[in-house]
Design a protein around this ligand. Sequence first.
Ligand SMILES: Nc1ncnc2c1ncn2[C@@H]1O[C@H](COP(=O)(O)OP(=O)(O)OP(=O)(O)O)[C@@H](O)[C@H]1O
Ligand SMILES: [Mg+2]
Length: 281
Amino acid sequence: MNEILSFNHVTFSYTPEEPDARNAVEDVSFAINKGEWIAIVGHNGSGKSTMAKLMSGLLLPQQGEVRIKHNILTEENLWEIRSQIGIVFQNPDNQFVGATVQDDVAFSLENNGVPHKEMVQRVQEALQQVKMEAFINHEPHHLSGGQKQRVAIAGALAMHPQILILDEATSMLDPQGREEVLTLVETLRKEIDLTVLAITHDLEEALLADRIIFMNDGKKYEEGTPAEIFSLGDKLLQFGLDMPFAMKMTKLLQAQGVQLVGQHMTEEELVNDLWTSNFNK
Ligand SMILES: Nc1ncnc2c1ncn2[C@@H]1O[C@H](COP(=O)(O)OP(=O)(O)OP(=O)(O)O)[C@@H](O)[C@H]1O
Ligand SMILES: [Mg+2]
């Protein structure tokens, strides 16, 4: 397998000097392959954003190692490695640094000393990738939430990252904006072989991932395919997570004596099962 990012027994505390220091991330290990879409889920304060910061070199662990393409992240190689990782946060309004869409996408390129001609080219290319080229001279505050997040993604893409981290990047968007951003990410993943790490509270979004890492209280509670994670059932609720709509519906129908063959994670599966088990005879 083509490993691109891994945690090896990573522990991080924001207050390591305190005697009863609490670890925000504790002894977490996992490995991610190039081109995978990984969702990180868990209750508030379970360490997800801290993990995102450890992955992107904004924080360094006190114990264990973070590896990007097999290189251990250290203070020395931080800047070089950081440029391979794009990160988009929750609030589209807090992310704008430029007066226009163009300036905003160019920001990191400019900071990294990319020559002007190449910068113009990269900004155009990135805006095309997120289908926002028509807005190149627009001011950010006239854009919708979904459009703003697409511009934020363009800013990350312009750096030509190998890994895109989305820290609740769709959580403040309306359903249409969310759909826009998720469709875009899925397309990019295929087109430019991007590896995606999406931190999310939205379980329907987590269903789109190849694998889910389930965090509880700073520790990795479980890791697996969406089917494996959602089969944990009541454990999800116990650790502050919900179940996808179709799964809750399946349980309720089964409790009412409706015959269903399995646990269904999507509405489509549930509807198909309802037809074949109950109406198609
Ligand atoms: N800058 C900080 N200084 C001190 N403690 C922090 C800081 N940021 C986070 N923490 C603590 O670290 C723990 C993990 O927080 P983190 O933000 O990583 O969780 P999270 O899973 O992203 O939560 P949420 O779902 O609310 O975004 C929490 O106990 C939090 O209070
Ligand atoms: Mg967070």
